[in-house]
Design a protein around this ligand. Structure first.
Ligand code: NDP
Ligand code: 8X3
Length: 258
């Protein structure tokens, strides 16, 4: 059989969290272009409405804080008939806060990162899975990071949350393989979004320095990777995609000498 003759998973509704900005916004646009209906969520209602106006009837805006477990479960249970069942979930909402060394890091920042990147991501996926199982298949895409594989100074709790994401994706695969649900962790490196403005708490000058003199990944690059993973024949599961900017590579181990 030619690969072009292999069955492709059916399209349907994809839920994209963190669709008010950056990767999520680009992924929502790309998935509508690919023929999906999308449920787009985030906390900023005005941005969701603007994206929904742009995407038309294919998009359903859902104002939602992924940290609110009951709200996440209720929102998914309450989806209107033409946006269910969910076939795809893109658990993308997340953030980094601060770049201080661990001994000076703000514990509230660590709490917020764990609540969002770990617990919010779990609530999102757990809420979506029953519809996917009932529908006989689907695809879970998690948004990890190179920070989940490679440590860097100040990455501390952020990197640890992304290591959790990568491991959860692998463990989900173990549970879902018999249910026709594929799982892919996308692991980008340096990418220009609002990520650094959030990390530096609105300090645009510090955020700008992160990208100065670089050609970072762009949200469309991540959307392309997501689209590619989703479009593979049903026989293929893409476990993880790690992407770095062309200008980015690895640092040496630190050795402190006396
Ligand atoms: P942006 O800041 O541009 O987008 C983050 C999105 O997450 C926003 O839509 C935001 O929506 C949403 N979000 C944050 N907190 C919550 C919350 N509590 N509830 C619901 N939505 C929330 O950054 P990116 O697009 O870069 O980030 C997307 C993902 O990609 C994150 O998980 C990030 O860790 C990851 N990533 C980013 C990289 C980068 O260099 N840019 C590289 C690797 C991974 P709102 O504020 O409206 O709620
Ligand atoms: C975002 C990439 O390297 O800034 O996850 O942590 S990095």
């Amino acid at each position: 059989m030619q690969s072009s003759d292999s069955p492709r998973p059916p399209k349907g509704t994809a839920w994209v969290t963190g669709a008010t900005s950056g990767f999520g916004e680009a992924i929502a646009r790309r998935l509508v272009a690919d023929g999906y209906r999308v449920v787009i969520s985030g906390r900023r209602a005005d941005r969701l409405q603007a994206l929904s106006d742009e995407l038309g009837a294919a998009a359903l805006p859902m104002v939602l804080d992924v940290r609110d477990r009951q709200a996440v479960l209720a929102a998914v249970d309450g989806l209107p008939a033409d946006f269910r069942p969910l076939r795809v979930v893109i658990a993308n909402a997340g953030l980094a806060l601060g770049l201080d060394p661990a001994d000076r890091a703000d514990l509230d920042d660590w709490d917020t990162m764990v609540d969002t990147n770990v617990k919010g991501l779990m609530y999102t996926i757990r809420a979506a899975l029953p519809q996917m199982v009932d529908a006989g298949g689907g695809h879970v895409i998690t948004m990890g990071s190179v920070a989940g594989s490679y440590p860097y100074p100040g990455g501390n709790a952020y990197g640890a949350t992304k290591a959790f994401v990568a491991q959860l994706a692998l463990n989900l695969r173990a549970d879902l393989v018999s249910k026709g649900i594929r799982v892919t962790d996308i692991e980008p490196g340096l990418a220009q979004t609002e990520f650094s403005v959030v990390r530096f708490k609105g300090d645009a000058a510090s955020a700008g320095k992160v990208y100065q003199g670089t050609e970072p990944l762009l949200p469309v690059d991540i959307a392309e990777a997501v689209s590619w993973a989703l479009s593979q024949p049903a026989r293929v599961n893409v476990n993880r995609i790690e992407l770095m900017a062309g200008c980015q590579a690895f640092g040496p181990f630190q050795i402190v000498r006396s």
